[in-house]
Write a protein that binds this ligand. Sequence first.
Ligand SMILES: C[S@@+](CC[C@H](N)C(=O)[O-])C[C@H]1O[C@@H](n2cnc3c(N)ncnc32)[C@H](O)[C@@H]1O
Length: 384
Amino acid sequence: MIFIPGKNPELSLTELQAFSSTAQLHQSGVIVAGDIPKPSDAQAFLNRLGGVVEIIEPLFDGPIDESTLYPLLYAHLEKELTAQAKGAFGINTLPQKKPEAMKSLLEMLKKDLRDAGIKANFINNKFQNVHRLNAAESRAENIWILEDEGEKVLAGRSLAYQDVERYAQRDYKKPFRDARVGMLPPKLAQTMINLAVGENTAGRTIYDPFCGSGTILVEALLMGFNVLGSDVEERMVGGAEKNVVWAREAFGMPAELSARLFVRDAREIAKEDVGSEPLAIVGELHLGKPLTRFPGRGLLEVIQRPLLELYLGFFEALAPLLPKQTPLVLAFPFWIRRGKTHIRIADTVCEKIRPLGFEQSAAPLFYARPQQIVGREIIQLAIR
Ligand SMILES: C[S@@+](CC[C@H](N)C(=O)[O-])C[C@H]1O[C@@H](n2cnc3c(N)ncnc32)[C@H](O)[C@@H]1O
């Protein structure tokens, strides 16, 4: 399968690698994962991936010579538009062809289809690639032509598109929000859960020990996991509970999925909190003060010191409670100076917790929106 990544392709690629050993960034900027078979429900698969905006099914058994593309493409459209009684098609190219080249391809296809008795319009606006929302709404047969090595192209057809409204609903309609602590975007929460468990949807409970408003808990429930959540603030735990109850109702989650939330300082997590079921720890650590300007070196140290103590205390409490190989995916803060230099804390923490048995299982991933001073560094760990 072929995947169009979201805004952070490196994160998307790593997320897909949790499902695939061959996933690679293709030269045209999409991700090709040859070992992921066509999902029986492509939309459901896409809905659980935080870092993918479109799934494409490859056509014609791999790359073909560009010179042989037109008749194959025409034959595909003739067959699909007839079989599915679709009245529209779209063509997308990467890199994008000039409008004149696109115009001649689209008009030739339209004319040849009409000559064969098929009345079909193209949905490309101004002879550009199709806008994704438009493609999703129109239900047109949407084709991708990706430049490959040499004179070859890789062609495919769209199977599913990111459900933008469903994300907006989860992000903005939940009853409890608290901008002060910085809520995790639902897509990033999904990616973090996928990094922790990949295809293994059954059998692990997702535990977020810094649950805040419960974004990770809600996403994990939607993906079919039982969840545990705790936070030091009673108000946050109450809010997260409200959000979980709302999401269960709004998205019709199965009642048998369990959600247990409790108030706990992460440095005091005890055996009776985590129970005996296999866990994956997925959480966004306390990030410290929200900042609108980069702090001077002295102030940054003042911000970092208590965070470092908190994180180390958390890992010390957790280490004796987790069975070997328990996966952990945690978002740490990092500070961005002048829009580019990353000042990290996770590297120091990872060094210090190695004697406790925590090993990094993958390279760190960085996530920040433009202009952000505090970004999130995603660290994957396993306990030896
Ligand atoms: C960055 S927020 C998590 C936000 C959450 N991911 C969400 O989407 O709403 C960090 C959370 O850690 C909690 N926290 C701070 N210190 C803590 C501690 N010692 N133990 C447990 N939770 C703590 C804060 O109350 C806050 O809710």
